[in-house]
Design a protein. Structure first.
Length: 139
């Protein structure tokens, strides 16, 4: 019975997550629980990464004296610029790794953590009208 218990525990750990294992979104039905757990997991591991869910994609720019914003060429990036890009990539990778392969297939075009987070919420939670409609139906 012990090996069977270990297999069940490992399966639950991979879905629910632990302090060392990222929670996985396997089914749309479990989205609200996953959303809560993934937020806590990312904040615990790397709070800076969580901030990428709150802001849009990083743009590396120069602002000359005239106030125009110009995208920097990659060869002009500083170490601080590369650090920002690395943080953004870690955030996107962490969020994508928390999705099952079946779910990930539908979201591969998103290259910003914020955009991916917003579309996941809209699809699996619904917009405000859909949420209100569900509450009305429950009443």
């Amino acid at each position: 019975m012990e090996p069977q218990y270990n297999a069940i525990r490992q399966e639950l750990d991979s879905i629910m997550g632990t302090t060392t294992r990222i929670p996985r979104l396997l089914f749309a039905k479990g989205f609200l629980e996953w959303k809560y757990r993934i937020e806590k997991y990312i904040k615990m591991k790397h709070f800076k990464i969580w901030r990428n869910n709150l802001r849009g994609p990083v743009r590396i720019t120069n602002t000359p004296e005239d106030g125009t914003i110009i995208e920097k060429e990659v060869q002009d990036y500083t170490d601080a610029d590369f650090d920002k890009i690395e943080e953004q990539e870690k955030a996107l990778t962490t969020l994508t790794m928390a999705l099952s392969p079946v779910i990930t297939q539908g979201f591969r075009e998103y290259d910003s953590t914020m955009a991916l987070w917003e579309v996941l919420n809209e699809i699996y939670e619904g917009n405000e009208d859909m949420k209100q409609s569900r509450q009305d139906m429950l009443r």
